[in-house]
Design a protein around this ligand. Structure first.
Ligand SMILES: NC(=O)c1ccc[n+]([C@@H]2O[C@H](COP(=O)([O-])OP(=O)(O)OC[C@H]3O[C@@H](n4cnc5c(N)ncnc54)[C@H](O)[C@@H]3O)[C@@H](O)[C@H]2O)c1
Length: 388
């Protein structure tokens, strides 16, 4: 991090696919949002194993350096922050190398393909003392910060239950071809780690650590053509749908579902939190509103539909009036801002590698439970989930 006043941090983007491009766009917007005391990103390099992808992203965002060899970028003195937007199996190697070179790390979810992988990353960044952020993007919808503060104020009473889903129908068509998300060695688990992890992150953040889980998983389409119309197929190596039943450390109950074969759902990330004196509902498909029910109101009680605005979380950083509506890209801007705010303030950001390791621990416990058809305790459930 260099320069006086409005300081700049050089960023290298690893992975130039969907998320690499979202990171570049969000960081570009963050450059113009920062005030005089801010640390703002400067895009200095991009790496992708596919040279066309790297070159294209570099050209589109006027990034001066691109390469197919990510290792060659990490130790470059112009790079202060590494953002990791590759498939899951390389996240941890990249994070460990970045930490070794003293670089801050902004990593896509999930953190690694299993718990030992996540812990290897956590140990490396902890030893190096670098700042980290993991991209549980839906946490950065201002709705979540507001719901958390409503729950903490206590007037809804105690949380009884959290029930959430992340449903998509991208793979319900059996002719949809194989991709890296179905390759166990590259992706790790399937729907639960890819989609369900976002809901687990929200559940941990809003309700607290999960103590024990039970789970079942299923692969609906056992093999898929390697490309559209190809004669050759590959076995799908992880689950298309996963269901988790759990108990929070507080005693509250939890139900989470994740499916990539959920016909009709696009980004069906939804939840309902039942409390002793009220409840909350949210669905990302209507991401600019949430429902709030207060049980101590007048006789004609009902859910209130609340449109988000500047009084909710970090909304006001983007727009001055309620109801104009945020999109997925806005979440990404607020997510990347969490890292750069932390670089300016020195305060540990949310959600960092500690928190992401807790999410991975829940996914791993669910997998073990599904394999063995038993309840599994969540390893190392800690207070990290409560970090604001
Ligand atoms: N936060 C979110 O909401 C969200 C949404 C989608 C994806 N993701 C995560 O983002 C990551 C990337 O997903 P995506 O949808 O952008 O995938 P993608 O397939 O669109 O892009 C991945 C890119 O990484 C490149 N790549 C693969 N191996 C590499 C290597 N060893 N070194 C350098 N580059 C390599 C590929 O060529 C490709 O360009 C995944 O971890 C995924 O879970 C997060």
């Amino acid at each position: 991090v260099t320069g006086a006043k409005r300081r700049e941090a050089g960023v290298a983007i690893l992975g130039a696919g969907f998320m690499g491009s979202m990171h570049a766009a969000a960081l570009r917007q963050l450059q113009v949002l920062g005030d005089q005391d801010a640390v703002v990103p400067r895009l200095v390099a991009v790496a992708d194993s596919d040279p066309l992808a790297a070159e294209e992203l570099a050209a589109r965002f006027e990034i001066p350096m691109w390469t197919t060899d990510w290792r060659s970028l990490i130790d470059d003195p112009r790079v202060d922050v590494v953002t990791i937007a590759t498939p899951n199996n390389v996240h941890v190697d990249m994070a460990v190398e970045a930490a070794r070179c003293g670089k801050h790390v902004y990593c896509e979810k999930p953190l690694g393909t299993d718990l030992s992988d996540a812990r290897r990353a956590l140990d490396a960044v902890t030893d190096a003392g670098v700042t980290t952020l993991v991209a549980f993007s839906y946490l950065f919808n201002p709705v979540q910060a507001h719901v958390r503060s409503v729950l903490q104020q206590g007037d809804l009473g105690e949380v009884i239950s959290f029930r959430g889903t992340f449903d998509q129908d991208l793979l319900v068509d059996p002719s949809a071809p194989f991709n890296w998300r179905m390759d166990r060695a590259v992706a790790g688990p399937g729907a639960l780690a890819d989609l369900g992890a976002h809901v687990i992150a929200i559940a941990l953040h809003l309700v607290g650590p999960l103590a024990v889980v039970s789970s079942m998983m299923r692969t609906l389409v056992p093999s898929r053509q390697v490309s559209i119309g190809a004669a050759v197929s590959r076995a799908v190596e992880n689950e298309d749908e996963a269901y988790l039943l759990g108990r929070f450390a507080s005693g509250a109950t939890c139900v989470i579902g994740a499916s990539r074969v959920a016909t009709g759902r696009k980004v069906g990330l939804s939840y309902e939190i039942q409390c002793t004196r009220g409840s909350v509902t949210f669905t990302h498909e209507r991401m600019n509103e949430f429902g709030l029910y207060r049980h101590d109101g007048p006789a004609d009680r009902g859910y209130t539909r609340i449109l988000t605005g500047p009084s909710h979380g970090q909304y006001g950083r983007l727009y001055p009036i309620a109801g104009v509506g945020l999109g997925f890209g806005d979440q990404k801007v607020l997510e990347s801002a969490a890292l750069f705010d932390a670089l300016a303030s020195g305060v540990r950001p949310f959600a960092d590698f500690h928190f992401a390791t807790e999410v991975t621990a829940v996914v791993e416990a669910a997998e073990r439970s599904a394999e063995q058809a038993i309840w599994m305790p969540v390893e190392g459930a800690t207070a990290g989930a409560g970090v604001a």
